[in-house]
Design a protein around this ligand. Sequence first.
Ligand SMILES: Cc1cc2nc3c(=O)[nH]c(=O)nc-3n(C[C@H](O)[C@H](O)[C@H](O)COP(=O)(O)OP(=O)(O)OC[C@H]3O[C@@H](n4cnc5c(N)ncnc54)[C@H](O)[C@@H]3O)c2cc1C
Length: 451
Amino acid sequence: MNNIAPKLTPEEYEKNFAEIHPPFSKNSAMVEANRCLYCYDSPCMKACPTHIDISTFIKKIATGNVKGSAKTILESNWIALTCAKACPVAVLCEGACVYNERDEKPIEIGRLQRYAIDWYFGNGMPPLFSPAPPTGKSIGIIGGGPAGLSCAAELCLLGHTVTVYDAKEIPGGLDTWGIAPYKTTQADSIKEVKLVQSLGATIMTKTMVGSDITIDELLKTHNAIFIGVGLNHPSRLNIEGEDLPGVHDALAFIARVTTRKWPSVNVGKRVAVIGAGNTAIDAVTESKRLGAEQVMLIYRRSQNEMPAYEFEYELAKSDGVEFHFLTSPLRIIGNGKVEAIECTRMSLGKPDAEGRRAPIPVPGSEFRIPVDMVIKSVGQNIEESFFSKIPNLKIENGQVVVHPESFQTSNPKFFAGGDCINGGKEVVNAAADGKRAAYGIDQWLRRPANG
Ligand SMILES: Cc1cc2nc3c(=O)[nH]c(=O)nc-3n(C[C@H](O)[C@H](O)[C@H](O)COP(=O)(O)OP(=O)(O)OC[C@H]3O[C@@H](n4cnc5c(N)ncnc54)[C@H](O)[C@@H]3O)c2cc1C
């Protein structure tokens, strides 16, 4: 990269990556918990994909029973700390809070959940659950992200022997390697990994299934297999200059930021991020907070079609990120390194089958933006080379097809959940899938003909 942004002081990095939702004190948690109306129909609970009994856990905080509150939360969601800190609560539980109807501030459910779960980890994870007697069945879990960990925890409680195989040196999936440091930390994700281990799961790190260990070997060892490998194949732009030094994939860049070794992450003075999903927003915000002087998000449609959440967009705007809507990159220009990006203006045509208006280039509108770094964030796909090794596995529209209740795939020994079945949603969806798949696996293994 020709123009690296100057490094910040340690204090500046800490300030820039400080938590955007700091923890509640005991007093503020009590005050907030006592605001909860304990609604008879709990719209918040319905809005949560893991259906945590939110009113009950809040009531327990209000009565000083924080351990009981943690138990209520963990009964529904094993990834409760990351969810408390990183869930898009405004569109889930807090968005459903009845206070919104009165134009009053909704209950801060995420921060209250964090209060209870912080207590649980801060008090050495007191035992809250007793596993069922051993079933003698063994399940292999491919991928130690939230889907795999949640499935592992639940299977352990059901009395099964569980081994999780994860390609990385630290498991946790994108909770460890993806979520922005001003929301949560690797250390918090590792606490959740330890919780799953404490329930009896074995976790094999640096073990890439498909190369370090084969699918056939797993089938010989385990009675059933859960696939929670996420989406780890970045989409390409397929434009000239894409492989120039200074062009990065968003996930690789973001993974370096999650390590909190910020001075070691070089960022350009002028950065262009291509894409407009939540990952693109994280990339622009993190670039700015690492010290980049000018950060631009380039998106071929308008703000109305932008997939990123409104509150993420607002965060990036408040950081001073520039948004170039109706702009599409044509090529990346540079002599041995990135120097500029050539773009064209776009207009929007008729809506397609999904109702999204197609972007159309405006002839003669080409222009150049000088940049030192380009970050590509135009989506993630499943790793086809991995899935092709599993016989008779049905994949449609880039997603593994599963039964909606059991999460069983077209190959009966394999179950799946998380991003690889939903195309990339949230941590809470992966946590919900993993838990429900555990029940699907358990039911299937209990049939005499199986396992
Ligand atoms: C940059 C970014 C930021 C995000 N921020 C948020 C947020 O703030 N809030 C939110 O709720 N959601 C967020 N998400 C979405 C959320 O992280 C995902 O929906 C969730 O992590 C999906 O969980 P998963 O278990 O399906 O997959 P992953 O978390 O991707 O985990 C998959 C695991 O499988 C392992 N693996 C893959 N292939 C193999 C193999 N062949 N053998 C062994 N192991 C393998 C990987 O090492 C990884 O640990 C974000 C996503 C991204 C990309």
